[in-house]
Design a protein around this ligand. Structure first.
Ligand code: ATP
Length: 575
């Protein structure tokens, strides 16, 4: 078995912006990938369940992460120190001592500043407000005072999670009256996006009075951008927005049957803190030496104010996080290493091409403790032409260990025997320090969603035009075995092939078998479920001991000898 997962052949996928989120959500429900939680009671906002195929798909993603981050980190690759990367796992609890969240800054600072529209009673995150600025057309563009326009001439605002989301909303909302009034129905098509901004020239409309349209995220920390003076994104009226106010995103609960408010605790908003809190125990009990990583996966909770975009922003979701501890001097190199590996990893499981980018945060976007942060971002259909975060890779310095050391009064420094002055006996004096940390923090639910969006393909030339081109490693069904007809000895051979495949791949995913309906319908069903390969037992099987192997993505069929089926599939599935 090779270290690195088998590569899926390169295919050109259409931009996800062209895909319909409604169609993807409908397929997810129809084929048992994702259901609304408490569906029969009308659902509960911000919570989603996984059906049989979704649960297995998510497990495959979690296990791919576990294998490539913990068991065989970075596919056996050497790190910047020239040695193999070493990582160990922990599994920490959802409920921790409340002081953990005070130390981490979540109790004081894990708030999204929120804005209310007093008139419509709608509430949104202050950092989700974008202003739309219309630059008037003049004879001489230099006459336009862009700075003044930016500060004063905000005629319209919009609530969006990314600038791409803002553009998407504008392009599907011609009915928005402010937009119609100002642009007189003109819709720019070519937006130039840079980080959190977008600008579109209004070319080709000579008679039009607008030169260009720009969208900027409102930096509400600047007094000149006071949100309460901006027009409402819902009504366009000025004066109906409140200044931003803090709301804590952590879910609170009471521990113990007779507990009171004094026994209040929080459901964790991230898995990372469990790692920092157990750092000392891991170092003291495990033969690990800096540099090394500790990984943790599990459910996190955030009482998101506006859960939306399917599972993208949920109130309960699963994270897969690694804290990689290293010497401060080596941390920039490790940051670059992990940032690049994480990008490569997402590509290796099927997110290739223009829909995936690595975005380095601007300095003013960084948390106060962060030396550098990059996001792996995916172009979801609802963020297109912009992108949404899939994973953040942050250089966290020694912020977290410092905080926990201060709050717990327990020394968390690491004694590094391999550093410090060289002694006469040839050994080193040693160095005591708080390690720096690189944190690749991925969301498994967003990962599943991105993989589903990328895999979703419409091919009108097929009898059943919707299919999921899932990477074999992630696909919940690994293979399907069909007797062409349910007689003439074919079911018996199919059962034998099924048994062989089950023994070989049954731990990695489902092996399906189905004898009903036309063979075309059975293929279509498997295509929609993302099953990469179907095997059909037909008349020829009985005469020359071969089966038809059909490839989901190309629809091509070839004959494979019965006794080679497992080997061929092992190679193609990369398992
Ligand atoms: P966002 O800015 O989108 O709220 P974040 O930067 O707060 O995300 P992190 O704290 O860095 O997110 O969490 C790491 C990962 O956890 C994210 O990249 C994302 O994949 C996932 N995640 C965070 N919040 C949610 C959520 N509400 N629903 C689903 N996944 C989430």
């Amino acid at each position: 078995m090779s270290d690195q997962p088998a590569k899926k052949p390169e295919t050109t996928t259409p931009p996800t912006g062209a895909k319909s989120m409604d169609a993807i959500m409908a397929l997810c429900k129809r084929r048992g990938f994702i259901f609304q939680a408490s569906d029969i009671y009308g659902g509960i906002n911000g919570f989603w369940d996984y059906g049989p195929l979704g649960a297995q798909m998510k497990k495959n993603l979690r296990e791919a992460w576990w294998r490539d981050m913990i068991l065989n980190p970075c596919w056996g690759r050497k790190g910047p120190n020239g040695e193999r990367v070493r990582c160990v796992p922990v599994e920490t609890r959802i409920i921790q001592h409340p002081k953990v969240w005070e130390a981490s800054g979540h109790v004081g600072g894990f708030n999204d500043p929120m804005v209310d529209d007093k008139e419509t009673k709608q509430r949104f995150r202050a950092d989700h407000l974008y202003k739309v600025v219309f630059f008037p057309r003049t004879e001489d563009m230099a006459q336009v005072d862009r700075t003044a326009a930016l500060l004063l001439d905000v005629q319209m605002t919009i609530v969006a999670s990314t600038v791409g989301d803002a553009i998407a909303q504008l392009s599907v909302e011609p009915a928005r009256s402010q937009w119609r009034r100002i642009t007189r129905g003109f819709a720019p098509v070519s937006w130039i996006i840079t980080n959190d901004q977008a600008e579109a020239p209004c070319d080709g409309t000579d008679s039009h009075r607008i030169q260009s349209i720009a969208i900027y995220r409102v930096d509400y920390t600047q007094p000149a951008n006071a949100i309460d003076r901006l027009p409402s994104p819902f009504t366009g009226k000025k004066g109906s927005l409140t200044p931003p106010r803090q709301f804590n995103l952590m879910f609170k609960t009471i521990v113990g049957a007779t507990g009171t408010e004094d026994d209040a605790a929080y459901l964790r908003p991230e898995t990372a803190q469990g790692i920092f809190v157990q750092f000392k125990n891991v170092v003291d009990t495990t033969r690990v030496k800096i540099p090394f990583g500790i990984g943790n996966t599990g459910t996190s909770f955030r009482n998101e104010v506006t859960p939306r975009n399917f599972t993208f922003r949920s109130r309960e979701f699963e994270q897969a996080e690694l804290e990689f501890f290293c010497h401060p001097d080596e941390s920039p190199a490790w940051y670059a290493f992990w940032r690049d590996f994480r990008m490569e990893w997402w590509k290796s499981i099927g997110l290739a091409g223009d829909n995936l980018i690595l975005r380095e945060h601007d300095k003013d976007e960084l948390s106060h403790y962060s030396v550098g942060t990059s996001d792996v971002e995916y172009r979801f259909p609802f963020t297109a032409p912009g992108f949404g975060e899939l994973e953040g890779i942050a250089h966290r310095g020694n912020y977290d260990l410092t905080q926990h050391q201060e709050h717990s009064k327990v020394k968390l420094e690491y004694f590094d025997q391999e550093r410090g002055d060289l002694l006469p006996n040839g050994s080193r004096r040693g160095e005591r320090y708080l390690p720096h940390c690189i944190e690749p923090a991925a969301g498994l639910d967003r990962g599943v969603l991105a993989l589903l969006c990328e895999a979703y393909t419409l091919d009108p030339s097929r009898p059943s035009p919707e299919l999921l081109k899932l990477h074999p490693r992630i696909a919940p069904i690994k293979a399907a075995v069909f007797p062409l007809v349910n007689k003439d000895g074919m079911p018996e051979v199919a059962e034998k092939v099924y048994d062989d495949l089950f023994a070989a791949f049954g731990r990695d995913g489902f092996i399906e078998t189905d004898a009903k309906q036309s063979i075309g319908k059975r293929y279509a069903r498997m295509d929609e479920a993302g099953c990469p390969f179907c095997l059909t037992i037909d008349g020829e099987t009985l005469t020359n001991q071969t089966v038809t192997l059909r490839d989901r993505d190309t629809g091509t069929q070839e004959r494979v000898a019965l006794d080679q089926v497992v080997g061929v599939l092992r190679q193609r599935l990369g398992l």
